[in-house]
Structures are given as structure tokens and as C-alpha cells.
Write a protein that binds this ligand. Structure first.
Ligand SMILES: Nc1ncnc2c1ncn2[C@@H]1O[C@H](COP(=O)(O)OP(=O)(O)OP(=O)(O)O)[C@@H](O)[C@H]1O
Ligand SMILES: [Mg+2]
Length: 352
């Protein structure tokens, strides 16, 4: 699955949004796994990264540059910190948008210690000149610092200590190939399986001192949209409910009741997602219908429907974007417990 065309720029107050909100930012540090052994799921990435880091350690060398790509909330920042921890190296954290001038990058690079990990978040949002400086820094551990202006400007080469660049991006497709090619190892992070999210939830519950049983964790996991950040957020909301309405213990019944209050359904759809599906099914017989018409019907902006609701519906196989318009899949009818009307056009589309 390619999430490059399904960016989910969710509003921060959305309970099932994948972008970190204020509360996430405040509590996430405490919930981050500290080493590869504690990092749940992403088996391939873990195995490959383990080899890369072990080999570097055995050689007494600095690890190769690593690119982490994947949707928000899947563990890129977490993994960057784990890389530094596994290498016993300090980590410096910055981001593409924070580096607008090549000089900003030169200042950071020239102050790195040998073996240090430089975490560059949102690396696809760096400015062009900074990007070009980074090419040379990654390849030759050298930058040219420009001194002066105009015809008298001179480039002074500056040697850098070997360092490990860890770049993170939600949009690997936007990285220029010369930059992508300079990473020794690229990890593509996938959405998590419910069983993996269940382990994430048990681990977080332990750290937060919350009692939860297997079914309770399974129920939350199934509604977490493949994303550990959402799993942790739903866990906190269910914990609140369990505290106020019960004895604090999370069971399946408690999780169901709590997430009903928050309008997150059994598959992780919220009110907006369901509103879009319902309009598509009930008003347009399952489609095809144009995006603008659908947006008017749910009383939302076109962009909100397209960028906030649709990516997850498409990923879940509930909605398809076709040249003729938006179409509900048979799974959408089943999810809302509705039956497609005869001659609605759904039969020819899906051959049912
Ligand atoms: N594999 C994992 N095991 C356990 N917890 C995880 C895992 N991956 C992520 N988490 C938890 O999910 C939260 C979000 O992870 P993280 O901040 O690393 O995501 P991200 O990919 O950097 O997101 P963004 O794209 O928004 O920066 C963290 O609090 C972390 O504890
Ligand atoms: Mg991050």
C-alpha cells in the first residue's frame, strides 16, 4: 500500500487523527520504547536495522545513514531515538522546516560530535540549498561554508566528523532521488496489525498503571487504524471512562461503552467518516458521485472529505475513487448494515 497519496492531515482535535496533538506530545516521550527489543511489530524493519547497527558496532564505525518513511504515528521518531541508543550515541533533533537556510544546516553539522545521530524530521520539507549542502555532508562528511557576498564570496571547505543522519518522512515520494540514494538503509514503516497494536496497548497500560484485560486491549486495537499513536490515545480516553464510570479496569464492555461515547466505531471510523459513507450510500445509492456533491451532502469542505475522511476509507476498502466519482464498496454497505438497492449501479460496478 502506498500512503503517499493518502496523506492524512487530520485536525488535531480528532480522536482518531494520526497527527500528534498537544496531549500526545506531552505523554509520548514516556511511552516510547527505548531499544529495538522493546519496539513492537515492524519485524522486517527491526531485523534489517538490527543487522545494520550490529555490524557498525562490530566495526567500531558510525552507522550508515537511515531513512525512515511511513505515515504519521507509526514510530519514526521513536526509531530514530532507538538508533542513537543502540549505537550509544547522542542524538540531535531538528526538522526540515526548521532548516530554511543552508547556513542553519552548516551550523548544526559543524557542531556534531563524532558518531552523533542527527535526526532530521520531515526531511522532505527542507529548502533546496540546504538539501544540496546535505548531499555533500552525507557523502563526504564535508561542507562548503560560503564566506562573504557577491563576487568576493569564497567557499571554505569544512571537514565534518562522521555522523549518522536519520531522516524521517511521511512522503518518501517527494524526496529527490539524489537525496534518497545517499541513505545506506531505508525503512518503510507499515501500518500495524491489530495483534501488534494489542501488544502496544498492554505495554502502554503497564506504563500508565492502568489495568486492562486481553479483550479490552483487543477492542481498542481494532479501532486504532493501524497506528500506535491512535492506540495510545484511545487507551487514555477509555481509561478516563473506566475511572469515572467503573472501577478503573478496562474490559471489552468498558472499551465499547467508552468509544461509543467518543463515536469511534468498531472499525475505527469516527462521525465524519461515517457521515461520508452514509451520505454516499443513502443519498447516492453507493455512487458514483462527484467529490463536490458528496461534500455538500455531508456539509463539509471538499478538502476535508478528500484529505481527512477518504484516505482511511480507501485504505479500509470501504470507498473507491473512480474516474466517474466516489463509489462505495460492498464492504461499506455491510459495515453500515445496509443493503444496496436493486439497479443502483452497484451491481455492475462490483459484479455482485
Ligand atoms: N513499534 C512501537 N511499539 C510501541 N510503541 C510505539 C511503536 N511505534 C510507535 N509507538 C508509540 O506511538 C507514538 C508515536 O510514535 P512516533 O512519535 O515515533 O511516530 P512518528 O512516526 O514519528 O509520527 P510523526 O510522523 O507524526 O512524527 C509514540 O508515543 C510511541 O510510544
Ligand atoms: Mg515523529
Amino acid at each position: 500500500m502506498n500512503w503517499d497519496d493518502t496523506t492524512e492531515e487530520t485536525a488535531p482535535e480528532r480522536l482518531v487523527g494520526s497527527v500528534a496533538d498537544r496531549e500526545d506530545q506531552a505523554v509520548e516521550a514516556a511511552l516510547r520504547p527505548k531499544d529495538l527489543g522493546e519496539f513492537i511489530g515492524q519485524e522486517k524493519v527491526r531485523e534489517q536495522l538490527d543487522l545494520v547497527l550490529r555490524a557498525a558496532r562490530a566495526r567500531g564505525a558510525t552507522a550508515d545513514h537511515v531513512l525512515l518513511s511511513g505515515a504519521p504515528g507509526l514510530g519514526k521518531t521513536t526509531l530514530s531515538m532507538i538508533i542513537a541508543a543502540e549505537m550509544g550515541a547522542p542524538i540531535r533533533i531538528t526538522s526540515g522546516p526548521a532548516i530554511q537556510h543552508a547556513g542553519d544546516l552548516a551550523a548544526i553539522l559543524s557542531s556534531l560530535q563524532e558518531g552523533e545521530v542527527l535526526f532530521l524530521d520531515e526531511i522532505h520539507r527542507m529548502s533546496r540549498p540546504a538539501e544540496e549542502m546535505l548531499y555533500m555532508a552525507m557523502e563526504d562528511f564535508r561542507v562548503d561554508v560560503i564566506v562573504g557576498k557577491g563576487p568576493g564570496a569564497t567557499a571554505i571547505p569544512l571537514e565534518l566528523p562522521p555522523f549518522t543522519l536519520v531522516g524521517a518522512t511521511t512522503r518518501a515520494g517527494l524526496l529527490p532521488p539524489p537525496l534518497r540514494d545517499r541513505f545506506g538503509f531505508t525503512a518503510h514503516m507499515e501500518f500495524y496489525e491489530p495483534a501488534e497494536l494489542q501488544r502496544v496497548i498492554h505495554r502502554s497500560a503497564d506504563l500508565l498503571d492502568v489495568e486492562i484485560d486481553t479483550d479490552g486491549a483487543a477492542e481498542i486495537a481494532g479501532r486504532s487504524r493501524g497506528t500506535p499513536r491512535i492506540a495510545n490515545r484511545l487507551l487514555r480516553r477509555v481509561r478516563d471512562y473506566a475511572q469515572v464510570k467503573a472501577d478503573g479496569r478496562i474490559t471489552r464492555a468498558i472499551a465499547e461503552a467508552a468509544l461509543k461515547v467518543y463515536e469511534v466505531d468498531g472499525r475505527g471510523l469516527d462521525r465524519l467518516d461515517r457521515g461520508v459513507l452514509e451520505a454516499l450510500l443513502k443519498l447516492f445509492g453507493g455512487g458514483p458521485v462527484g467529490l463536490s456533491t458528496l461534500a455538500v451532502a455531508v456539509g463539509e469542505e471538499r478538502e476535508t472529505v478528500e484529505e481527512v475522511a477518504e484516505p482511511f476509507l480507501v485504505r479500509e476498502g470501504l470507498l473507491a475513487r473512480t474516474p466517474r466519482g466516489r463509489v462505495a464498496t460492498p464492504a461499506a454497505w455491510a459495515h453500515l448494515g445496509l443493503t444496496p438497492a436493486q439497479g443502483s449501479g452497484q451491481q455492475d460496478l462490483f459484479g455482485a
